[in-house]
Design a protein around this ligand. Structure first.
Ligand SMILES: [Zn+2]
Length: 161
């Protein structure tokens, strides 16, 4: 496909739709190294760019300055604009740390009586993630029916001491 073809056509030629997930898997070139593959790549407007960002710009619109494009489907190979959302780098990190936990870990965290920073340290996630689990802003399914969360008591006694 010559580079002079419209960008929509060039994208479509490298997309392999996955019928179950609805993901549009990138079948073109990838960045990164053979053992650690990066994102799909495509030349556009004189530069090599990340294919999912190009797909977003072409079919949904410009990505605001400084924002990263997060995969809501958790599939880095996907370029389906409906599965993509521009987020701040901070939000992207927060979401990544939600990803590495399992439902079992989330349930344990919910009932962990230690200080949030200690729990966060042990699991290698942001302290905000621990708070988010306890206030049930994330991992709601994992903590369903567990009753109220367990909070660290020491902090409270410090306040009333
Ligand atoms: Zn997807």
């Amino acid at each position: 496909m010559p580079y002079t073809a419209p960008i929509e056509v060039r994208l479509w030629n490298k997309i392999s739709p996955e019928p179950n997930s609805g993901c549009w898997l990138w079948a073109g070139a990838y960045g990164g190294s053979p053992d650690r593959r990066g994102y799909g790549q495509i030349w556009w407007r004189d530069r090599r760019r990340m294919a999912h960002r190009v797909a977003y710009e072409v079919w949904r619109g410009p990505i605001p300055d400084g924002l990263q494009v997060d995969h809501l489907c958790r599939t880095p190979e996907c370029v389906n604009p409906a599965h993509l959302e521009p987020v701040t780098p901070t939000e992207n990190v927060r979401r990544s740390s939600i990803r590495i936990l399992t439902a079992e870990m989330a349930a344990m965290i919910y009932k962990d009586a230690r200080q949030c920073w200690r729990i966060a340290d042990e699991h290698g996630v942001a302290e905000q993630t621990i708070l988010d689990i306890k206030i049930r802003r994330c991992w709601r399914d994992a903590t369903e029916g567990l009753g109220p969360p367990t909070w660290c008591r020491r902090r409270r006694s410090k306040v009333y001491a």
